[in-house]
Design a protein around this ligand. Structure first.
Ligand code: GTP
Ligand code: MG
Length: 286
C-alpha cells in the first residue's frame, strides 16, 4: 500500500480525532518517507490547528495537513539564479537519478527562453556519458564541451568556462558522474569542481542542484546532507515523479537543510521538466 492509500485509510470513514488518529497519522507520514522528524512535527502542528480552528471534518483536517507540509517546503526561492553571464548550474547526485536527462531538459527550456546555453560533459567516467549528453545537446540545440573518456572532469570544466566567456554564454550546465555520497574520494572531486568554477568565474551566479529520484526513501536525507557538506546545495530537482513514488523525503530535506525543491521531472522527454509547485505537490501527496 502506498503512502496515499495509507493516508486514505487513516482518514477513512468518519474521523475521530483521538490519540489513535494522531498515532495512525504519524505512522502514515513516516511510512510515506517523510521522515520521523517531519512526521512528529507535522502531527504536533496539526493537533494545534485542530484545537485552535475547531477542525472537525476529514476535508478540514486534510487541508490543515496540506497547509503544514506546504509551509515546510517553502524554504527559499524556487527560481534559478541566472543573474550573471555566464551563470553556472552543476548537477550532482548518486547514480542513475536523472542528472544528464535533467540537463537536457533544462537546456531545452532555457534555450526556448532565448538563452545561450552550453553543456559541460564533466562526467568523464564512461565514454557513453558524454555521448548521452551530446545527443541531448543536439536535441535541445545547444553547444557542448567534451573531452575523451577518462580525462579529468576538472579539465573539461575549465575548458567549458573558457568557452563560455569567449562565446558570451548565458548559462553553463555541468554534468557530473553519479557517485555514492559515502565515497570520499569521489566526493572530493565535486568540491574540486566547485573550486574551479569559483576561480574561473568568481562573480558568477552559481547553482548546485541535487538530483533526487522519487523512489528514494529515508536514505535521501543522508545523501543530501553529504552532498550539502561537500558541494553546498542551492536546490533540489525531484525526478521520476511520473511513476507511482512521490519522493516524500524531499519535505524532510527541504526542512532540515533549508534547500528548496526547484524543479520536478515528469518523464523522459524534452518538455518533461516543470517548475516546482509546493501546493500542487502536497495535494498529490495527501
Ligand atoms: N520516467 C522518468 N524517467 C526519467 C526521468 N528522469 C530521468 N529518467 C530516466 O532515468 C534514467 C537515468 O537517467 P540519467 O539522466 O542517465 O541519470 P544520471 O543521473 O545522469 O545517471 P548517471 O550519470 O549514470 O549517474 C534514464 O533512463 C532516464 O531516461 C523522469 O523524470 N521520469
Ligand atoms: Mg549521467
Amino acid at each position: 500500500m502506498g503512502f496515499f492509500d495509507k493516508l486514505k485509510k487513516a482518514f477513512s470513514g468518519s474521523i475521530k480525532l483521538d490519540e489513535d488518529f494522531f498515532e495512525a497519522m504519524e505512522e502514515t507520514l513516516i511510512l510515506g518517507d517523510l521522515g520521523v522528524s517531519v512526521a512528529t512535527d507535522a502531527v504536533e502542528q496539526l493537533r494545534t490547528a485542530i484545537k485552535k480552528e475547531h477542525l472537525q471534518t476529514e476535508e478540514e483536517v486534510k487541508d490543515a495537513l496540506r497547509r503544514i507540509l506546504t509551509e515546510m517546503l517553502r524554504v527559499g526561492d524556487t527560481a534559478l539564479d541566472l543573474s550573471t553571464r555566464p551563470s553556472v548550474v552543476m548537477m550532482i547526485g548518486v547514480n542513475g537519478v536523472g542528472k544528464t536527462t535533467t540537463i537536457g531538459k533544462l537546456g531545452y527550456r532555457l534555450r526556448s527562453e532565448g538563452k545561450k546555453v552550453l553543456f559541460c560533459a564533466s562526467d568523464t567516467f564512461r565514454a557513453a556519458a558524454a555521448d548521452q549528453l551530446e545527443i541531448w545537446s543536439q536535441r535541445a540545440g545547444v553547444d557542448i564541451v567534451r573531452q575523451s573518456e577518462g580525462s579529468d572532469p576538472g579539465a573539461v570544466l575549465f575548458d567549458a568556462m573558457q568557452a563560455a566567456k569567449a562565446r558570451h554564454t548565458d548559462v553553463v550546465l555541468v554534468d557530473t558522474a553519479g557517485r555514492l555520497h559515502n565515497k570520499q574520494n569521489l566526493m572530493n572531486e565535486l568540491s574540486k569542481l566547485r573550486k574551479i568554477v569559483d576561480r574561473e568565474a568568481p562573480e558568477a551566479a552559481k547553482e548546485t542542484l541535487l538530483i533526487l529520484d522519487a523512489t528514494t526513501g529515508q536514505n535521501g536525507l543522508i545523501q543530501a546532507k553529504q552532498f550539502q557538506e561537500t558541494a553546498g546545495l542551492t536546490g533540489i530537482v525531484l525526478t521520476k515523479l511520473d511513476g507511482t513514488a512521490k519522493g516524500g523525503i524531499v519535505v524532510a530535506i527541504a526542512r532540515e537543510l533549508q534547500v528548496p525543491v526547484k524543479f520536478i521531472g515528469v518523464g523522459e522527454g524534452m518538455e518533461d521538466l516543470q517548475p516546482f509547485d509546493a501546493e500542487a505537490y502536497v495535494r498529490e501527496l495527501v
